[in-house]
Ligand binder design. Structure first.
Ligand SMILES: C[S@@+](CC[C@H](N)C(=O)[O-])C[C@H]1O[C@@H](n2cnc3c(N)ncnc32)[C@H](O)[C@@H]1O
Length: 259
């Protein structure tokens, strides 16, 4: 993923740190872990004491750190209580709260969807159609079409468009490449994905539509910004509270597609 915070316990370069245990897996596995999450759970549960993870033999220190952070992350707990598949869901909810973007009946393309938190948020806001794509398999969500495919493959944009069957009101991208640990390389990779997403948005959106993409703070993304400023009425950067403060991740929001 795009920042150190989103990495798996087992692999310093790849990650599903946004994902909650039990999602993207079989129902059997979810049952083993305590059953499906109920909506509107007990808020007191979010105030549990700080949990320490014992360093198990064979588990790397970085894995222990990741697990400890997940166990003590308020958004992880909130997502489990409210039935969202990832803590990332709160990033979109907070972007929407700030810019009032999602409306009932919207047709939404979600790039980098797994495990499906943003898809859930769009549907809950009343989207009439959601098409998602990810390298990883995404467990089915009623009301959404979910593709397992690399978005950078030549035929991917056309496939997503065909599934949408027409233009979209929103293209939202939480695409995050596996990190290498080398800051400037990681930055270039995330900007390249965001630029691809932006070109796709320009080809796919209806006039008035909006675009969101995950980017890194402090790097040069002039190409992306110029493209957005040319094609949208308003372009803003926003780092939601759910985006960890120590992470360089932020979001670019482009509103009022000129068509
Ligand atoms: C931060 S996660 C998305 C979380 C998601 N928004 C949610 O709410 O559950 C980023 C996702 O981007 C996906 N990704 C990275 N590169 C990709 C690519 N080239 N094509 C498709 N998906 C990609 C990763 O597999 C990962 O699942």
């Amino acid at each position: 993923m795009s920042d150190d915070d989103d990495q798996t316990p087992d692999d310093d370069g790849k990650g599903e740190g946004e994902n909650l245990p039990g999602w993207g897996s079989s129902d059997k596995r979810r049952r083993r872990q305590g059953g499906p999450v109920k909506k509107g759970g007990d808020a007191r549960a979010a105030k549990q004491m700080f949990e320490r993870v014992k360093t198990a033999r064979g588990r790397k220190t970085s894995s222990t750190r990741w697990l400890q952070r997940q166990l003590n992350d308020p958004y992880v707990k909130k997502a489990q209580m409210e039935g969202y598949r990832s803590r990332a869901a709160y990033k979109l909810l907070q972007l929407d709260e700030r810019f009032k973007l999602l409306k009932p009946g919207m047709r939404v393309v979600d790039l980098g969807s797994a495990p499906g938190g943003w898809v859930q948020v769009a549907l809950k806001a009343g989207a009439s159609e959601v098409v998602g794509i990810d390298l990883l398999e995404i467990e089915a969500i009623a009301g959404a079409t979910l593709l397992q495919k690399d978005f950078t493959e030549d035929d991917a944009p056309a496939l997503v468009k065909a599934e949408m069957g027409g233009s979209a009101d929103a293209v939202i991208s939480d695409l995050a490449p596996w990190t290498t640990g080398h800051k400037s390389t990681d930055h270039l990779r995330i900007v390249a994905l965001a630029e691809m997403a932006a070109h796709f948005a320009v080809e796919t959106l209806k006039p008035g539509g909006f675009f969101i993409a995950k980017v890194f703070q402090g790097g040069s993304d002039d190409g992306l910004l110029n493209l957005l400023k040319t094609n949208f009425e308003k372009v803003r950067h926003f780092k939601p509270d759910a985006s960890r403060s120590e992470s360089a991740e932020t979001f670019v929001v482009a509103m009022g597609f000129k068509g």
